[in-house]
Design a protein around this ligand. Structure first.
Ligand code: ZN
Length: 248
């Protein structure tokens, strides 16, 4: 399998949950609002013998030319966004789900960013995201995508096409899920925000931003122990996009 990280860069986020681009050569963290944290954003594309698979969809920002940054990043690897066959969503927070759809600047209409792909979303996560009142989600956009024929509402544990394992994990948010893609003896593991950075895999770390921080920490340890031969993909780690613990 071939893996390409699709880095969208670094951003600062404060309590308003707005993501503001951060360029370490031009900006200083101390000039940002108090309580700002620095976050790196990096979806992945995995090419298997059967599929072109996206793992989460980034912030959904557009370039000055009006192209979705995620599309631009795929094109840089000679991948036509129309050729993406599956979009696997760990959860629907806006830094992961922003690029699921494209919003027309003039009409506000939302259409899927990958019209020929099947989107796989945890059913209860979608229901939670559609409920009003959380600044972590974009319910108006998700409501449109939830109507798509090509959106599969999954839950619990199971297989997609016999080689992609999904499992409810529920640490970062109550209905978070993780994925394992298995082909020809290779295993690629995507733990979304429960395995977001290499550094977090190696220490006992309870994150304040997790709904169930203890559970997320225990899952990380379990995966890191079980997955000596897996390739881990880290969504919030541009320096170390992927690693196989048995070889590091
Ligand atoms: Zn995240």
């Amino acid at each position: 399998m071939i893996i390409y990280p699709l880095s969208e860069g670094s951003f600062t986020v404060d309590h308003t949950k707005r993501f503001v681009p951060f360029d370490s050569e031009r900006h200083q963290l101390s000039n940002r609002p108090a309580g700002s944290i620095l976050v790196e954003i990096q979806p992945f594309v995995v090419i298997t013998s059967r599929d072109i698979i996206l793992l989460d969809t980034g912030l959904g920002f557009q370039t000055e030319q009006g192209t979705l940054q995620l599309h631009e990043n795929l094109l840089q690897h000679d991948i036509n966004p129309m050729d993406v066959t599956k979009v696997l969503m760990s959860h629907l927070h806006k830094d992961h789900a922003g690029g699921m759809g494209i919003r027309d600047e003039h009409t506000g209409a939302v259409r899927p960013a990958f019209p020929l792909a099947t989107y796989y979303v945890n059913a209860r996560e979608m229901d939670m995201a559609l409920a009003p009142g959380s600044s972590s989600y974009r319910p108006e956009e998700l409501a449109v995508l939830n109507q798509l024929e090509r959106l599969e509402r999954i839950d619990g544990e199971g297989w997609i096409d016999g080689y992609i394992r999904y499992a409810w994990s529920g640490g970062h948010c109550p209905f978070h899920q993780v994925f394992r893609i298995e082909e020809n003896g290779e295993v690629i593991f995507y733990g979304g925000d429960e395995a977001p950075q290499y550094q977090q895999m190696k220490s006992r770390f309870i994150a304040k931003y997790d709904a169930d921080g203890k559970r997320a920490m225990e899952l990380r340890q379990q995966w890191w122990t079980e997955g000596k031969d897996w390739t881990f993909l880290f969504y919030h780690d541009i320096k170390t996009p992927s690693i196989c613990p048995g070889q590091s």
